[in-house]
Write a new protein. Structure first.
Length: 361
């Protein structure tokens, strides 16, 4: 059976996440062979079952360790001052008038009790659980207004968890009663201008793209993290590529972002991470996957440092992507969808190209 799963000339999409002896790795090799050559001779039930078990164990371990490593990243970046954690969910209201929107939920300064297993279904990740809680909380709080607009529910696209120094969240981000004004905060930190390049919705309230000067005056340093919930869809998409290249290999199943005041701070934090220890976690950089887009910007002027590393947290090792970027560049990369450096501009370009040439080989 060894020859059947012999390593192809192309890289395996999960080569940094699973060893070549694993069922997941072998299943992907087989799937790719079938797609490329069109010869399907069946697959053992045992391999499918083993791959499923391995993948579920992988997701559970990644889910369990990500909050701890995210906490260590926040400690390194923001210090030990009290921090506030906020979950930001992007999706679409469903009903008479579908509406793309972003929802925020303040988890407070002591959110870690919410990360415990109690009350959470066994098959649900922490990210999924807290994302659902954020949506349910918003739907409950605004039930009457939502019904009045013919809204029946909310379809989640993805979510991320943000950490801030609590003292940095000042007026106009903080309301007089001490609560967080999501309509003020979210357009400063997340890709929320989803309508026409100038406006978007936070909940059911319309918000506008902040001018860069306003953004730089009010945006606080932050860290964010997410677990890739669309991993299955991405694997299928990548398996159908005419050719799998090294850059197509998946390394962002656990993704972390650090946004700080200047490039000097970016460099300082980059050095500290490269030194190999963040909190109690060990970090081993993967050189061939790490990119410095400050020294070598992309054609669209996108800049950031992308570190890809094996990170061992609480005895478990996973590949993580850590992006470091200064505040001014973050506005270009993530906040202003009209900027050439914004990821949506790049995605439009790639989709246009793929629509012309991509087909199943």
């Amino acid at each position: 059976m060894g020859n059947r799963y012999a390593r192809a000339s192309e890289p395996n999409l999960m080569m940094y996440n699973f060893p070549s002896s694993s069922a997941v790795y072998r299943f992907l090799e087989l799937a790719r062979t079938v797609i490329k050559h069109g010869k399907f001779q069946g697959v053992e039930n045992r391999l499918v079952s083993q791959a499923k078990d391995e993948f579920n164990e992988f997701r559970a371990g990644l889910d369990a360790t990500t909050p701890h490593f995210a906490h260590e990243i926040a400690d390194m970046t923001l210090g030990s001052d009290p921090r506030r954690k906020i979950v930001v969910v992007q999706g679409q209201f469903e009903g008479d008038y579908p509406l793309k929107s972003t929802i925020g939920l303040d988890l407070g300064t002591q959110p870690y009790r919410m990360y415990k297993r109690e009350g959470r279904p066994r098959n649900q990740t922490i990210d999924d659980y807290l994302t659902r809680e954020a949506v349910k909380a918003y739907l409950r709080e605004h039930a009457a207004a939502l019904r009045g607009r013919g809204i029946e529910g909310y379809r989640v696209k993805h979510s991320a968890f943000f950490s801030f120094r609590d003292a940095d969240l000042r007026s106009p981000i903080r309301n007089p009663d001490g609560s967080i004004n999501m309509e003020r905060l979210i357009p400063l930190v997340a890709d929320s201008i989803l309508v026409n390049g100038q406006t978007g919705y936070v909940g059911i309230n319309q918000v506008s793209l902040p001018e860069q000067s306003v953004y730089e005056e009010h945006v606080p340093p932050l860290t964010s993290n997410r677990i890739k919930s669309s991993l299955g869809r991405k694997l299928i998409k990548q398996l159908l590529l005419p050719e799998i290249k090294p850059e197509d290999v998946i390394t962002d199943t656990g993704a972390h972002r650090i946004v700080v005041a200047s490039i000097d701070v970016v460099r300082d934090l980059e050095k500290r991470i490269r030194d190999g220890v963040v909190g109690k976690s060990a970090v081993e950089i993967i050189p061939e996957k790490t990119k410095d887009y400050y020294r070598n910007p992309k054609e669209n002027e996108y800049c950031a440092v992308k570190l890809v590393a094996y990170v061992t947290t609480r005895g478990k090792t996973f590949v993580r992507e850590i992006q470091l970027v200064d505040i001014a560049q973050h506005y270009r990369n993530e906040i202003n969808p009209n900027d050439l450096a914004h990821h949506r501009q790049q995605e439009k370009k790639e989709e246009s190209s793929e629509g012309q040439i991509r087909q199943i080989p």
